[in-house]
Design a protein around this ligand. Sequence first.
Ligand SMILES: Cc1cc2nc3c(=O)[nH]c(=O)nc-3n(C[C@H](O)[C@H](O)[C@H](O)COP(=O)(O)O)c2cc1C
Ligand code: SF4
Ligand code: SF4
Length: 297
Amino acid sequence: MFKMPTINIDPATCTNCGTCADICASGIFIKDTEKKVRPDPANFALCISCGQCMMSCPEKAVHVEGLDYERDFTDWPGPAAAYETFRNTMIRRRSVRCFQQKPIPREVLEEIGDFLRHAPFGVEALNAAVTVINDRKKIEEALPVMLKRYQGMRKFFGTWLARILFKPLVNPSDYNTIFTHLLPLLDQDRFFNTEGEDWICRGAPAVMLFHGRKDAGEYVADSWIMINYAMISAQYHGLGSTIIGLIPPVVNQSGELRKIFGIPEGHKVVCALILGYPKHRYLRSYKAVARNITYLG
Ligand SMILES: Cc1cc2nc3c(=O)[nH]c(=O)nc-3n(C[C@H](O)[C@H](O)[C@H](O)COP(=O)(O)O)c2cc1C
Ligand code: SF4
Ligand code: SF4
């Protein structure tokens, strides 16, 4: 829950350079008549604890309640990767769905988790949470429960009447996804064949779930941003990954799945990522030439 932080400046070390006042997105700091910089308590409710003031104060003179110079900040990193290296990394990311039977070391997943801490957030950094399931047994325990849910859905949507009645209850985008993509998939018996096939988690050794309390500000957008950070970081660590849209709806509907994955009460899963070491090597990368990009000017 949001708690309004108190912001202080240490007058003994502050040089009144004005950087914090310039940089703060919420206009927390004001310059008084003597050109002294001070935080204005009238604005404290607007602070989003982004840490920008503390990232930039040359004297470490500004303190935002709840943030700690030692714990919450890292030294400014060395040079960024050359553009070509960065671009290659991004282009090498493709959705990987075939994995080696090789476990992912916990340290690698912790590195990815650490990287997520640098992702932007809408309102509060802790509104989106991540659960890392690095345990194929747990995933396999969940799979039949997921399939049972999807079997129920297949039955439900099996009649035209159900489809017509359902239409006004969901937004048009979800309706389209369900009827043009999900149902044709569910109509295939092989989707439910549990003899060695796993059409949901694709045999991945690990799954990451991104979730948040249903009333937490911007947790949905924060989760989507974090999942992208996770994919890029995974790529650097030699892992392949894929966003799996099939996982969140069934986890959100099923108390049993929420229990298996340890999703806290009141949280909604927004998106899910499977991860593992790729079995195959790509020889070329895909580019969506039809993607709509408009340049005005
Ligand atoms: C919102 C979303 C949901 C997705 N759901 C699934 C899924 O359930 N199963 C799957 O195999 N891939 C899923 N994907 C992966 C896409 O199919 C993949 O990104 C797309 O085919 C493009 O391939 P690329 O990532 O290699 O560019 C999903 C991707 C997104 C963005
Ligand atoms: S943490 Fe961010 S919003 Fe809060 S005072 Fe510092 S710069 Fe402003
Ligand atoms: S950035 Fe630091 S030194 Fe500069 S005005 Fe703000 S608190 Fe003072």
